[in-house]
Design a binder for this molecule. Structure first.
Ligand SMILES: [Zn+2]
Length: 365
């Protein structure tokens, strides 16, 4: 049971549950020398945390259904490994804020799941362990993630409910967060025992651009999720693609199904995991691929404009740190781009972050 004892004069059914929101999110590439500092997470605190979610606006059903407490939620654009100092600063404040809250019934753990921290393996599972050490093991935790996050056994074990996006590109990101909250509140209201969870790691690791759910095979693999979720005794079903740009033991695809019927939960998870595994050789990039030189030859030889080239391992919209200058250096080596010609090609290069570089560019006009 996840309910602590309720105030004497109030019937249990009418007392609003006390629920906190906390979490950190980033995709951090370990193949980049970049390091992510604490301000990159733009942390929200207290009321600011609630303001992040339209479904928790004043007057909304979910807002009124619980006594909400924002602890700290920080989300960064993709980048490099998070520094140990940033991790200690952010988690320290998050835990201090949680410790100052009244006793909780539930906690929504709003994370991404692909955070790498200097000296830490499985950062999100460690964060949740520390959160539990503050709020207690009886608090029901609902975790929501990006499908490009990594789901270790420890993270699943420490969560009571866990889910992720079902679409890539992530058109359902807010819907997923809302589902995590609805599942949490429904569970608290039910008084049911902790849900059962089936976790099936799938030993496949794919880049984001290989797994758009708009095309096959991901379309069908993910298409099976609602059917499993609809089964009697199942609360939620989720498939994670995982995150390719970090060299960590936990990185792989995974399936988790939660619910109260052991057979429905385990069979549902096995079905989704088998669907992913059987399709593993069919995943392909959403666009033609090649070496950088070959692609530039093709771009310069053709008439089609604009011609878009993506460095897949360093593309921030696909989890890269976005600060590797290898592509820029190769581009500048090409004679076509070495000096301004009236009729020559124009290239826009996006993006290499760096305040110093921005100052130089601004000064140069
Ligand atoms: Zn993603």
């Amino acid at each position: 049971m996840s309910h602590p004892s309720t105030p004497t004069s109030t019937p249990a059914a009418s007392r609003r549950p006390v629920v906190a929101i906390a979490g950190l999110g980033i995709e951090s590439s370990t193949f980049s020398p970049a390091r992510t500092q604490a301000p990159a997470f733009h942390p929200s605190r207290g009321q600011e945390v609630l303001d992040r979610y339209p479904f928790l606006a004043v007057g909304e059903e979910l807002r009124e259904a619980a006594d909400w407490h924002g602890a700290l939620v920080g989300k960064s654009l993709p980048g490099g490994t998070v520094t140990a100092a940033a991790w200690e600063e952010l988690t320290g404040e998050l835990l201090t804020r949680l410790a100052a809250l009244p006793p909780l019934d539930g906690l929504w753990f709003d994370i991404h799941g692909a955070m790498t921290v200097e000296g830490v393996d499985d950062a999100e599972a460690l964060l949740l362990e520390r959160v539990r050490s503050v709020v207690g093991d009886d608090v029901t935790v609902s975790t929501s993630m990006d499908l490009h996050g990594n789901v270790s056994r420890a993270l699943v074990h420490r969560s009571d409910l866990i889910t992720c996006y079902r679409m890539a590109p992530h058109e359902d990101h807010m819907e997923t967060k809302e589902r995590a909250v609805r599942n949490l509140l429904a569970h608290l209201a039910s008084g049911a025992p902790r849900p059962l969870k089936a976790w099936v790691p799938v030993p496949v690791l794919l880049a984001g651009e290989q797994t758009s759910t708009r095309i096959e095979p991901a379309k069908s693999v993910y298409g099976a999720v609602p059917e499993v979720e609809a089964r009697q005794g199942v609360i939620d079903a989720a498939i994670w693609v995982g995150y390719a740009w970090a060299d960590e033991p936990r990185n792989r695809a995974a399936v988790v199904v939660t619910g109260h019927d052991e057979q429905a939960v385990s069979e549902g998870a096995e079905k989704l995991a088998r669907g992913f595994w059987e399709a593993r050789h069919d995943f392909d990039f959403v666009a033609p691929t090649g070496t950088f030189d070959d692609i530039l030859d093709e771009a310069l030889a053709g008439e089609r404009r604009p011609y878009y080239v993506s460095d897949t391992g360093d593309n921030p919209t696909a989890g890269g740190a976005g600060d590797v200058t290898w592509g820029l250096a190769r581009l500048l080596d090409r004679p076509e781009f070495q000096k301004q010609k009236e009729d020559g090609p124009t290239v826009l290069y996006a993006s290499v972050p760096g305040p110093e570089a921005v100052r130089h560019a601004a000064a140069a006009g």
